[in-house]
Design a binder for this molecule. Structure first.
Ligand code: E4P
Length: 226
């Protein structure tokens, strides 16, 4: 499973990229608003993220109609070769995804909450589909179970004839809130988990690693002082 960082914060992206295991970034309008982003500064901000990451960077189209989404999608895709256009899973989004995919523009279908939505996203030519885990948990439903069903359904079919040529659709486990979510997403076969920076850090850390490291350092001091 690959790790994407779920943020629009340049410092977080730069730091996570330096760890050597980052495969991509996902942003959304809320994440961009959280860092105080402006409308005028958005294209340049996406360009800067794309320059920091060796991998796909999802930037979200906010239009409501297929024409608006297609226009935005083309503009976003022109910002950098690694831009992926994030499109909401809805009728106008599906229609726009088909047009963009036919032009070779990669789409990440977002706000996906069911197997039928994921299958339609795949059929419309999406390069990625993003089931949201945490938002199900927020309403006391099992987000991991939904993710598992979506991974199974997508894996059961061949979508190679409907997407960007030569590339298969990948499932991004999104709305990830904990390292436990990451474990579960990996075990059920999600291709990618997109995680906030604090969760990525928690994925690296383990109390037994810290305790073991402290003990090794202490014992090595005995060796060097002997
Ligand atoms: C990523 O693609 C999603 O936009 C993001 O994971 C949503 O996360 P949230 O439910 O924590 O806002």
């Amino acid at each position: 499973m690959k790790f994407f960082l779920d943020t629009a914060d340049l410092a977080e992206i730069e730091e996570a990229a330096s760890w050597g295991a980052l495969a991509g970034v996902t942003t959304n309008p809320s994440l961009y608003a959280r860092i105080g982003g402006t409308f005028a500064g958005f294209p340049d901000h996406i360009r800067r993220i794309c320059a920091l990451v060796d991998g796909p960077v999802s930037a979200e189209a906010v239009g409501s109609t297929r024409d608006e989404i297609v226009r935005e999608g083309r503009e976003l895709a022109a910002l950098a070769p690694n831009v992926v256009v994030k499109v909401p899973t809805m009728v106008e989004g599906l229609a726009a995804t088909r047009v963009l995919a036919n032009e070779g523009i990669r789409v990440n279908m977002t706000l996906c909450f069911s197997v039928p939505q994921a299958l339609l996203a795949a059929r419309s030519g999406a390069r990625y589909v993003s089931p949201f885990v945490g938002r199900f948990d927020d309403i006391s439903e099992d987000g991991i179970e939904q993710l598992s069903d979506i991974v199974e359904a997508i894996d059961a079919y061949d979508f190679s004839d409907v997407g960007v040529a030569g590339e298969r659709i990948e499932v991004i486990a999104a709305s990830i809130r904990s390292a436990q979510h990451v474990t579960q997403a990996a075990l059920l076969g999600a291709d990618i988990a997109t995680v906030p920076f604090n969760v990525l850090r928690k994925c690296v850390e383990h109390p037994l690693t810290s305790n073991g490291l402290a003990a090794f350092k202490k014992d090595w001091e005995k060796v060097t002082n002997a």
